[in-house]
Design a protein around this ligand. Structure first.
Ligand SMILES: Nc1ncnc2c1ncn2[C@@H]1O[C@H](COP(=O)(O)OP(=O)(O)OP(=O)(O)O)[C@@H](O)[C@H]1O
Ligand SMILES: [Mg+2]
Length: 236
C-alpha cells in the first residue's frame, strides 16, 4: 500500500493513507475559510492550535467512555487516526443561540437554550449542507433508528463533558459541530474538535474565541485561538 497517498484534501485538513492498514494521517493545515469557502486565508500556526485542542479533547472524551478515532499525535499538526466510514452528517449541539439558528428561527443572539438542542445537517458542500431530519436520515440509510438514538445520546454526553470542562476554564461552550463514522460495528467520534468547529465565548468578557473572530473580523484570530489553548492547558 502506498504510504502518504493523499486520500482527501478538505478546506482545512488533508487526509493521507499510512503504511498501516486502518490508520490514517490527518494534517491540520494553516488554511482558514468561512462562508463555504467564500473567505480564505492562511494563518501560520493555526493548524497546530486546532490539532492540539482536538487531540486534547479526543483523549478527554475517550477517558470518559466516548469512542473516538484518535490514536496519537505524530507531530504538532499531524494526528494518526483510525480510518472510519464517515456518516455524512454534521451533528450540531447548541447551548446558546448564535449564528445560523438566529437567522433561521426566532431566537435572539445569546439566548440560552436549555435543555440543549441537537440539529443535523447533511454534509454535502454541493447542496450547501442542508438541514436534515430524523426521518430523512433513516430513509437515506445514513443511520438506523437505534444508531440515530445512539448518536443523539453520545452527542448530548459529549456536550455535557465539554461544557463542564470549558466552564472550569472560564469559557462558555455556545455550540459545536461533530462528525461520526463507523469502525466495524462501533460508531466513533471522528474529524476534529477545534476552534473551527466550536463557538466559544470568554465567560468574563463575552469575547469570541473561535472562528467567528475570523468570519466577522472581530480581532486577531491567532491570539484568540492561542487563548483557548492556554486556558485549556491551565485548567488541565
Ligand atoms: N477517521 C476518519 N476516517 C475517514 N475520514 C475522516 C476521518 N475523520 C475525518 N474524516 C474526513 O476527513 C475530511 C477532513 O477534511 P476537512 O475537514 O478539511 O474538510 P471538509 O470537511 O470537506 O470541509 P469543511 O470542514 O471545511 O466543511 C472530512 O471529509 C471528514 O469527514
Ligand atoms: Mg471538515
Amino acid at each position: 500500500m502506498d504510504d502518504d497517498q493523499l486520500l482527501y484534501e478538505g478546506k482545512a485538513k488533508s487526509v493521507f493513507r499510512t503504511n498501516v492498514a486502518g490508520e490514517l494521517r490527518v494534517v491540520f493545515r494553516d488554511d482558514i475559510t468561512a462562508f463555504n469557502g467564500g473567505k480564505k486565508d492562511i494563518l501560520a500556526g493555526k493548524g497546530a492550535y486546532n490539532a492540539r485542542v482536538s487531540a486534547f479533547f479526543f483523549e478527554y472524551l475517550e477517558k470518559n467512555g466516548i469512542p473516538t478515532h484518535f490514536i496519537r499525535m505524530e507531530d504538532e499538526r499531524t494526528m494518526i487516526v483510525r480510518e472510519l466510514t464517515m456518516i455524512p452528517l454534521e451533528v450540531i449541539a447548541r447551548n446558546v443561540a448564535a449564528g445560523s439558528i438566529v437567522k433561521k428561527f426566532p431566537f435572539t443572539e445569546g439566548q440560552r437554550i436549555d435543555p440543549p438542542v441537537i440539529v443535523t445537517d447533511y454534509k454535502d458542500d454541493e447542496h450547501g449542507d442542508p438541514s436534515i431530519n430524523d426521518d430523512l436520515i433513516i430513509a437515506l440509510g445514513f443511520l438506523s433508528p437505534d444508531d440515530l438514538r445512539e448518536v443523539r445520546e453520545t452527542t448530548l454526553k459529549i456536550n455535557t463533558l465539554l461544557k463542564d470542562f470549558f466552564t472550569k476554564a472560564g469559557i462558555e461552550l455556545v455550540d459545536f459541530k461533530i462528525e461520526f463514522g463507523r469502525s466495524g460495528d462501533t460508531i466513533c467520534l471522528g474529524d476534529e474538535i477545534s476552534m473551527d468547529s466550536m463557538r466559544l465565548w470568554d465567560l468574563a468578557t463575552g469575547e469570541s474565541l473561535d472562528k467567528d473572530v475570523y468570519r466577522f473580523g472581530k480581532g486577531d484570530v491567532l491570539s484568540a485561538y492561542g487563548r483557548v489553548v492556554d486556558k485549556i492547558l491551565q485548567e488541565n
